[in-house]
Design a binder for this molecule. Sequence first.
Ligand code: C2E
Ligand code: MG
Ligand code: MG
Ligand code: MG
Length: 291
Amino acid sequence: RAKKNGPNGVLVYEPYMHAEALDRLSLRGDLQRALREDGFRLQYQPLIRLADGVPAGVEALIRWQSPARGFVSPVDFIPIAEEFGLIVDIGQWVLENSAIQVAKWRRDFGDLGLNVNVSGHQLVNPRFADDVMRALAIAGLPSSAVTLELTESVLMTEPDLGMAALHQLRGLGVQLSIDDFGTGYSSLAYLRELPVDELKIDRAFIARAELTAEDLALVRTIVELAQILGLRVVAEGIENAAQLAALRGLGCGYGQGYHLCRPVDPEVVPDQLARAQAGSPVGVLDHRSTA
Ligand code: C2E
Ligand code: MG
Ligand code: MG
Ligand code: MG
């Protein structure tokens, strides 16, 4: 791990810590440049209503093709962006761009929701609610069309910090979702107090080659919990027909996953929406043609 691509692509040999620090610094510069020079893109993955295969909304997912590094996964660069305080600006870019995009699709296809992933660093920024509303105003997207996804672990680490912002946003009509649900340690008491509208079951419980009776029992419990609390429930990571059938059988309301539709470039989405409207719902009859 001593060999690293330094600035200008020169190979540098450094002790581990130094090389790591160098890399992080140049990563920061690269992220700043991407922000300035339009280096990020968005893909969209539909959220499918499992009962009838209709796309109820789309989740915006950020993509970064770095000129120097190639494709970098958001799993790798979002934490760095958080660490260097860039996530607020990146998050705002995501919000504005996805809101503008979905407002357009709604003009052609009617009701469609937008899910946006939000970092805890954004949530605790005192301007966050204003920033969200500004993005929606620019796009002309009603707040009721938007669901902000926060991970369970973020909500658990700072239970009080984001609470005011959550209530403020919800008061403005924005919906809230707990992403990767089941991987954190939410107490039921806390969950009941949270002003949320949706639970997304982490794909760790779903995307298994063979769903065991235990997996199924856990997922059933989360689906029932959501029903008791009056929350929408979305299963993440549906990768095959058996998983889809099992989730339908449990009465899970919505699903996402490679079996239904992969995250796709925005140019592809109108086609999918048109086909769904023409009676060929995504993930039910023709799920593989767009993957
Ligand atoms: P997430 O919000 O839980 O998003 C789901 C991830 O699972 C996405 O990865 C998606 O491409 C992937 N996925 C969807 N269906 C399947 C499936 O059937 N099987 C498997 N194995 N994976 C599936 P992606 O796009 O790489 O994003 C990873 C994470 O990065 C996201 O997890 C989210 O936490 C974060 N992220 C992505 N975009 C943004 C963003 O704009 N802002 C922030 N703050 N975080 C983001
Ligand atoms: Mg998400
Ligand atoms: Mg998730
Ligand atoms: Mg995740």
